[in-house]
Ligand binder design. Sequence first.
Ligand SMILES: *Cc1c(COP(=O)(O)O)cnc(C)c1O
Length: 299
Amino acid sequence: MNFLQTEIPRIDAIKKLYQTFGVTVNVLRLDLVHPVISGNKWFKLKEYLKDAGQENKKTILTFGGAYSNHIIATAAACKEAGFNSIGIIRGEKPKEFSPTLEDAQTAGMHLFFCSRDDYKSKIIPQTIWQQFAQNDIYIINEGGYGEKGKEGAANILDLRTKEYTHIIAATGTGTTLAGIVSAANPGQKITGISALKNYNQLNEEINALLPHCLHNQYTIYHDYHFGGYAKHNTELINFMNNWYNETGIPSDFVYTGKLFYAANDLIQKEFFLPGSNILIIHSGGLQGNRSLPKGTLMY
Ligand SMILES: *Cc1c(COP(=O)(O)O)cnc(C)c1O
């Protein structure tokens, strides 16, 4: 499967901003590993696709919203790896497709829309069985949550990341964080910034993917959601523009903008002891910025 080849993620140093706090800050640029299958989604997906191939499945089915990074990544990865793909999309079919859905469809993904209630219970629309053989279908959870996703995400860390005392990442389902926790050195402190509001089961969901000895060997911050999942305000947008100005690193408003905001805030509040060597994981997701009005972001 040639889609397994991607760029080795670059690490960008942004030391000069934080010299006064005695910490060094670096960013692992997963946003650059692939033009479409960006960030952590590529790492999570590849283990699922390997598994689907071993089970001789021909079609990948998964779930997501109209701007979902997971949907577009799945569509593109399936195209490269030679699978059919099906996306079950939350909400009624819109008159006009979002750029994400347009691109997913162009990549060959078959889109099925379902009501928010049916979506919640992950009901697979009956019409799918008129077009696809049930035995050929391999199902990936919403957001790629699960064991294989964690195994793939563990590969985000490599020999270069061993030197860091702290690793910070954005979390949705927690799969990526579970992968990072499972691959980290015993001494490394892992911090997750939740993109959701009041997601009280997050620790439970992460622990379910980890051996007992790693349960709660990480910290989650729940206070940087800016009103909830995919919510934003001018403070966040201004921060994202300033961050881009100062570091040259673009971020998205759903996950990584909030991640960099949180990291910056925690550094300013001297949460990290002097001498800390911090790695922030840029998990990609920039395509989602296309839902913002033109001109909101300077990049
Ligand atoms: C999906 C996503 C996340 C969340 O990953 P989980 O493994 O679900 O916690 C973080 N950042 C970006 C950019 C994403 O697209």
